[in-house]
Write a protein of this length. Structure first.
Length: 255
C-alpha cells in the first residue's frame, strides 16, 4: 500500500518521511556498498539548507523489466537524430501518448497512442498513475523515452520546464540491459546551476529504479546523465522512461 502526505502529490512505497543529505555528492566506481540504506521510498529535500521546496524520491524495484521487454523497447526506438554539426547522436529518443516533445533544438517525435507502446513503457505509465490522485492521473498521458546504447551516450545539464502541459512531479524510470560484464548502475547528477557550480547529488541508479522529481526541482535545480568513458561502460545499454503530465497536448516545448 503506497502512502502520501498533504505536502506531496504522489504516493510512495512506504510512509512518507523527509530526510536531507543522504545522497552521495560525487560519483564512485563502483558505488559504496550500503550508500542507499534506508533511503528507498523516502522523500528528500534537495537544495540549499534553507530550501525544502525541491524534493526527490528514489525507489528501488519500482517496475519490473525482463530482458525481452528491454530489447522490445530498444528495438522500437527510431534512428538517432543528427546534431547541429551533422553527426548522429548516440542517444535515441521518442515519445508515446500523442505528444511531440521539443527541447534544446531536439525533437522527441510521437510514435503513436500509448496503447501501441512497448509493454515496458505502458507499465511505467501505469505505475505513475497508481501513485497520484485522480486529477493528476488524468494528465499523465504520455512518456518520453531515451535509449543509451553505451556509456558514452549521455544527457547534458538541463531543466525539464515546458511551456504547456507539464505539471510536477516527473516520474523517471531506469532500466539497464542484462549484457554480461557491464556495470549495473548509471549516475544521475543534480546541480545548483547550469554551470554545475555545486553538485547536490550523484545518484547511482540501477535497473528498475524510480526517481521522482517534485516541487520546485525543475525551476531551481539542474540535472544530467553524464557520459562515462570508462571501458567497462562501453557495452552498457540503458533505457529511461519519463512519465509526464502532458495532459494530451499535441506539442510540448521547452521554455
Amino acid at each position: 500500500m503506497r502512502a502520501e502526505s498533504a505536502s506531496q502529490p504522489y504516493r510512495t512505497s512506504s510512509t512518507p518521511r523527509m530526510h536531507r543529505g543522504q545522497f552521495p555528492k560525487r560519483a564512485e566506481h563502483p558505488p559504496p556498498r550500503g550508500w542507499d540504506a534506508g533511503l528507498s521510498g523516502v522523500v528528500q529535500p534537495i537544495g540549499t539548507d534553507d530550501d525544502s521546496a525541491s524534493t526527490v524520491m528514489l525507489e528501488h524495484g519500482a517496475v519490473a523489466c525482463t530482458g525481452a521487454e528491454f530489447n522490445e523497447t530498444a528495438g522500437a526506438m527510431p534512428a538517432p537524430e543528427t546534431t547541429r554539426f551533422g553527426t548522429p547522436m548516440l542517444r535515441r529518443q521518442c515519445a508515446w501518448g500523442g505528444t511531440t516533445y521539443k527541447f534544446s533544438g531536439q525533437t522527441s517525435a510521437d510514435k503513436g497512442a500509448l496503447d501501441t507502446a512497448p509493454a515496458l513503457v505502458r507499465r511505467c505509465v501505469g505505475d505513475a498513475k497508481g501513485r497520484v490522485g485522480h486529477e493528476l492521473r488524468e494528465r499523465l498521458t504520455g512518456a518520453h523515452v531515451n535509449f543509451y546504447p553505451n556509456g558514452r551516450a549521455g544527457l547534458g545539464v538541463h531543466q525539464d520546464q515546458q511551456d504547456s502541459g507539464v505539471t510536477d512531479p516527473i516520474f523517471s524510470y531506469t532500466f539497464i540491459g542484462d549484457d554480461v560484464g557491464v556495470p549495473s548502475y548509471r549516475y544521475f547528477n543534480v546541480y545548483t546551476s547550469k554551470t554545475k557550480d555545486v553538485t547536490l547529488a550523484a545518484i547511482p541508479l540501477v535497473h528498475g529504479d524510480l526517481l521522482v522529481m517534485a516541487g520546485a526541482f525543475q525551476r531551481r535545480l539542474w540535472h544530467c546523465v553524464p557520459p562515462c568513458s570508462r571501458a567497462v561502460f562501453g557495452r552498457q545499454r540503458r533505457i529511461n522512461v519519463t512519465v509526464r503530465a502532458w495532459g494530451g497536448a499535441r506539442n510540448v516545448r521547452d521554455m
